[in-house]
Design a protein around this ligand. Structure first.
Ligand SMILES: [Zn+2]
Length: 199
């Protein structure tokens, strides 16, 4: 048991995230408090700052994926702070313009076969980015389930939710659900196969 530095409630140690930098190896604030603080911090950001954060998280997240073909895409810009600074430095105009048009800025690679590195990164409208063949939707690890869409022409894209997959592939969510139910389900109309990984 450990008392949370914020809510002061004594909680089991599994209610704290690990942090090797701390003396006892765990965070000072409990999971619940840290989550609440993260939410409050995010809510206080401007739309531009939120956009930077979402994009840098997505990019760093993609760099970490080890399984499947998408893993070969490396993020060579840096950690989330460095990515955020990079986007702010080179894409401020593009991000600001997209936001002004009511669109959602999203990071994309200029050359799909290349890595996320200087010269191969661009910021585009997410609805364009996630259309068929461009599977770069925002990655959210919510379900502990990963879906790899493998297209007939060899392209692959990884999704972490049915919503992202349906947007990315351009089919209804129920089509994704059916494909998942079959495990390695094939979506003939879109020329792709959905493979499931337990994340
Ligand atoms: Zn707490």
């Amino acid at each position: 048991m450990k008392a949370c530095a914020k809510c002061k409630i004594e909680k089991d140690i599994d209610q704290y995230e690990k942090n090797r930098a701390k003396k006892d190896g765990y965070q000072d604030r409990c999971r619940e408090c840290r989550q609440a603080d993260r939410k409050a911090r995010y809510a206080a950001l401007t739309p531009y700052q939120k956009s930077l954060e979402t994009m840098s998280r997505a990019m760093v997240g993609r760099g970490k994926i080890k399984e499947g073909s998408y893993a070969r895409v490396e993020n060579r810009i840096g950690n989330s702070k460095q990515v955020s600074e990079y986007l702010d430095r080179y894409f401020k105009g593009a991000i600001t313009d997209l936001l002004a048009e009511g669109k959602t800025p999203s990071v994309d690679r200029v050359d799909d076969k290349g890595h996320y590195e200087h010269g191969n990164v661009r910021v585009v409208d997410r609805s364009v980015n996630s259309s068929l063949g461009k599977g770069h939707v925002t990655v959210k690890a919510r379900y502990g389930l990963q879906m790899m869409a493998r297209f007939d022409d060899g392209r692959t894209c990884l999704f972490h939710s049915k919503v992202d997959a349906s947007k990315g592939i351009g089919v209804e969510r129920k089509t994704i659900t059916e494909a998942i139910a079959k495990r390695n389900g094939r979506i003939a109309s879109k020329g792709c196969t959905i493979e499931i990984y337990e994340g």
